[in-house]
Design a protein around this ligand. Structure first.
Ligand code: HEM
Length: 241
């Protein structure tokens, strides 16, 4: 096992684990967005059926949640540790910045790779609020009592402060993965001059889909009254109580 400890302590090892956890989180985003898009099927019943199916297999759900939170925790801890490494090698990194500056299409301060820490932190802050809203239902105990999973989305995102937080979080995460996906693929070895341009395009397209897909929910909840309201629908779970 000492090779494993050594690997995880090395800069290459930490970057590798960060890449694997990042890719797993991108996969989660695809699943989560696909599930959420079911809210746009009129009536809300399809989404409620999906949410019930998800919650019916408790063992699977607990296992998936453990994996998910472990991946988030590792990814965040390693992000701080590798950024610290980079800061320690500050002199060298300044030289790299200077040499890269000439061939960049972006103003340097807004380029996605320099924005990873800030967009990651905004995304994390959003996630804390999001888990408090939907998993723990803090501050929503009375408003969400007896409501179905579909109705909860409409109620929470109908709040204007929440909609701004969800919008900012979705845009920040889209920006984060638009660079993160290509960076992670290159770290795990998918790095060839022949494919790098295609990988960059796929990664940016993925970021745009994540940003537009997730931000559509707070935007629609605010701008299209009634579309995420589902007044008549109840979960089987809810109706049993
Ligand atoms: C902005 C649009 C979003 C909506 C409408 C939404 C909706 C939901 C809902 C309804 C749940 C509760 C699922 C359940 O019944 O257990 C949930 C959970 C969750 N969401 Fe989102 N979500 C959004 C964006 C995001 C984003 C961008 C992320 C990624 C960081 C995310 C990460 C999570 C996580 C980690 C959980 C907890 C999963 C679990 O433990 O089962 N969500 N979301």
């Amino acid at each position: 096992m000492s090779w494993l400890t050594g690997f995880l302590k090395s800069s290459v090892g930490r970057k590798f684990v960060m890449a694997i956890t990042g890719l797993f989180l991108c996969f989660f985003l695809v699943i989560h967005l696909s599930g959420n898009l079911l809210l746009y099927i009129p009536g809300g019943q399809v989404y409620v059926d999906y949410a019930e199916k998800l919650h019916s297999n408790e063992e699977f759900l607990i296992l998936a949640e453990i994996f998910l939170f472990a991946a988030f925790a590792l990814h965040i801890v390693l992000a701080f540790s590798t950024t610290k490494d980079n800061l320690n090698a500050r002199k060298k990194s300044y030289r790299v910045v200077e040499s890269k500056r000439k061939d960049r299409a972006w103003p340097i301060a807004f380029a996605p790779d320099y924005m990873m820490m800030i967009t990651g932190l905004i995304g994390f802050a959003f996630l804390v609020v999001h888990i408090a809203d939907f998993k723990l239902e803090w501050m929503w105990t009375d408003a969400l009592a007896g409501k179905s999973s579909a109705q909860k989305v409409g109620i929470i995102l109908g709040d204007s402060v929440r909609s701004v937080i969800y919008l900012a979080g979705s845009l920040a995460l889209g920006y984060h993965v638009s660079h993160g996906l290509q960076s992670a693929c290159q770290t795990i070895g998918f790095n060839h001059p022949k494919y790098n341009r295609g990988l960059k395009i796929i990664s940016i397209a993925f970021g745009i889909i994540v940003a537009i897909g997730f931000s559509s929910f707070p935007i629609i909840a605010q701008l299209v009254p009634g579309m995420l309201d589902f007044p008549d629908i109840v979960d089987v779970e809810v109706s049993r109580h």
